[in-house]
Design a protein around this ligand. Structure first.
Ligand code: FAD
Length: 292
């Protein structure tokens, strides 16, 4: 099948893009890497009067350090994130997660902003943003605003962005030395979206956990944080933490979907195991960091 006809706009600046989007109202959609939007159009699951293509907006393609955050422009390709040496050192979890997205061809076109704005509940980047306490900058006719990752998703593939807003950047805080992250996921085939995925992050100070983050994806309508359980880790000696026990406790709080990919019971069992593995690996990395 082919997409239904649409008008095509190719702005070269963010302000032109905002004007284009506003002029078409809710009948327009932003086009980034096209790796999610184009299949939806080609299968005629959706149709829009106009596409506003961001691929010529060079000012949205950058990676830079700003104080204690790494700020990444929305049109930065996933392949760039995978290879960028500064990002690899500052936010290693981003690279680890990026390598689990689809295949190299998809990552060559797919963008950070496209994935975060699309908000697939089984996607890696929304969960990384949530786990690292990232902030998202968006701009619309009323000007720019910043959204906490925790406030971005309000349902499956649904965000708190307005129809006339464009996501321009994601700022990932650089966690302090002594921190470790790990990503674990189960997918039916390599490159598929996760059936269940987990991101765990911890910071150790004097062998005790001073910061913790746990985000799961593929287990609900949006990526999920488990702040109460994270709180129970704070202050604990890392040697006293039993990741298997922790995984079982967390899994009891899940009610994952029952669909063609996996049953609720299966996802729950897998989640318990992956939480244990991710927490164990994050603690291990943090411990190595503190001793290096
Ligand atoms: C075979 C295959 C396997 C895949 N596997 C995975 C996987 O394992 N994990 C994963 O996370 N993803 C996967 N993807 C999706 C891929 O990561 C996409 O690149 C991503 O979901 C969307 O990014 P994009 O740049 O292609 O956005 P597009 O497809 O261009 O846009 C997606 C949506 O976001 C909106 N949008 C895009 N950019 C902006 C912006 N700056 N501001 C506001 N709205 C915007 C668009 O309007 C559209 O609604 C897969 C895709 C394919 C085809």
């Amino acid at each position: 099948m082919k997409p239904a006809p649409f008008a095509y706009e190719a702005p070269t600046t963010v302000s032109e893009a905002v004007d284009c989007l506003a002029s078409h109202g809710e009948e327009a959609k932003v086009l980034a890497g096209g790796q999610s939007l184009v299949p939806v159009l080609a299968l005629r699951l959706a149709r829009y009067e106009a596409l506003v293509d961001l691929n010529r907006v060079g000012e949205l393609d950058y990676v830079r350090r700003e104080g204690s955050t790494m700020v990444i422009g929305a049109m930065t390709r996933q392949a760039t994130i995978e290879r960028d040496p500064t990002l690899r050192a500052a936010i290693p979890v981003l690279r680890e997660a990026t390598r689990l997205i689809g295949h190299p061809q998809i990552r060559n076109r797919g963008t950070l902003g496209g994935s975060v704005a699309h908000g697939d509940p089984a996607a890696e980047y929304p969960a990384v943003a949530l786990a690292t306490d990232a902030t998202i900058t968006v701009i619309g006719p009323a000007g720019p605003r910043i959204i906490e990752a925790a406030d971005l998703y309000d349902g499956p593939m649904s965000t708190t962005l307005a129809e006339d807003e464009i996501l321009t950047a994601v700022a990932f805080p650089v966690w302090c030395p002594g921190s470790g992250f790990a990503v674990r996921e189960m997918a039916r085939r390599e490159g598929d979206f996760a059936t269940v995925g987990v991101i765990a992050g911890v910071t150790l100070a004097d062998d005790r956990i001073s910061r913790a983050a746990l985000a799961l994806f593929g287990v609900g309508a949006t990526p999920m944080r488990f702040r109460q359980l994270e709180g129970e880790l704070l202050g604990a000696d890392f040697l006293a933490v039993d990741p298997t026990d922790f995984g079982e406790t967390l899994a009891q709080r899940l009610d994952p979907p029952n669909d063609v990919h996996a049953s609720t019971a299966y996802r729950t069992r897998v989640a318990a195991r992956l939480v244990a593995e991710a927490l164990d690996a994050a603690l291990d990395t943090a411990r190595q960091e503190t001793t290096s």
